[in-house]
Design a protein around this ligand. Structure first.
Ligand code: NHR
Ligand code: GAR
Length: 221
């Protein structure tokens, strides 16, 4: 559903799409002055696809298994997005590593949410790794996506305590509550023209964002 005049979001998912749902809610409430132009999944089985369709949003599946190379898959994503208004691309639990074919097309307009306190624990199984390391806190980071996996500059980060007896699942559930707050917030900064990628650095209101991102607190806005 593209509303004329409104900024358009593209959301890429691989799974259940709870972060995508947070964007649906933020657009509906007016917290985000945008509409979701298209939701793309690389997997036909992603439950989030049905959720998006139920909300009246255009969906598309670009199944990575049907392409010979990562570049060909990325080109198919770019081709799909060319039919829609896309001011900002949101990776929301999207599980395929992207090549320069995709990244250069959307450079500076591409955000990801990663469930760790970046630069700690890039890659997979972040909560398990934080627990095994005996960390006292875990968290989640919204960052610009660049060629370097989970290495683009952090934008906004929320910290969550680790509680004795935590499992990767219990920790993930606690972190997820914060994900749904900080991701639409970071996107709204971008849509308002407050957030910018320049080289390897991110700026909010023309000020350099620190290496682990703006630290989310209840009064962050
Ligand atoms: N692409 C680039 N170039 N840079 C980033 O920072 C990216 C990216 C694509 C996705 C999300 C990321 C995360 O938040 C993301 C960031 C998937 C993998 C991975 O290993 C790693 C990091 C992220 C997403 N994917 C495997 C692959 O071969 C497949 C794993 C699977 O299907 O379960 O692509 O964590
Ligand atoms: C979220 O916790 C997100 O941070 C994480 O996957 C989950 C997706 O949930 N992302 C990654 O691990 C990216 N590699 P969702 O589908 O319910 O939004």
């Amino acid at each position: 559903m593209t509303t004329p005049g409104k900024a358009g979001l593209a959301i890429l998912i691989s799974g259940r799409g709870s972060n995508m749902q947070a964007f649906i809610d933020a657009c509906a409430s007016g917290q985000l002055d945008a509409s979701i132009s298209i939701v793309i999944s690389n997997s036909p089985e992603a439950p989030g696809l049905q959720r998006a369709a139920d909300a009246g949003i255009a969906t598309c599946c670009v199944d990575h298994r049907e392409y010979d190379s990562r570049e060909a898959f990325d080109q198919a994503l770019v081709d799909c997005l060319a039919d829609y208004r896309v001011d900002l691309v949101i990776l929301a639990g999207f599980m395929r590593i992207l090549t320069p074919v995709f990244i250069t097309t959307f450079c500076g307009r591409l955000l990801n949410i990663h469930p760790s306190l970046l630069p700690l624990y890039p890659g997979l199984h972040t909560h398990r790794r934080a627990l095994e390391a005996g960390d006292e806190e875990a968290g989640v980071t919204v960052h610009f996506v660049t060629q370097e996996l989970d290495g683009g500059p952090p934008v906004l980060q929320a910290r969550v305590p680790i509680i004795p007896g935590d499992t990767p699942d219990s920790l993930a559930a606690r972190v997820m509550l914060r994900e749904h707050i900080i991701y639409p917030m970071a996107a709204s900064w971008h849509l308002q023209g407050r957030l910018r990628l320049e080289g390897k650095s991110a700026y909010l209101d023309e000020a350099l964002i620190p290496a682990n991102g703006v630290q989310y607190r209840a009064d962050t806005s």
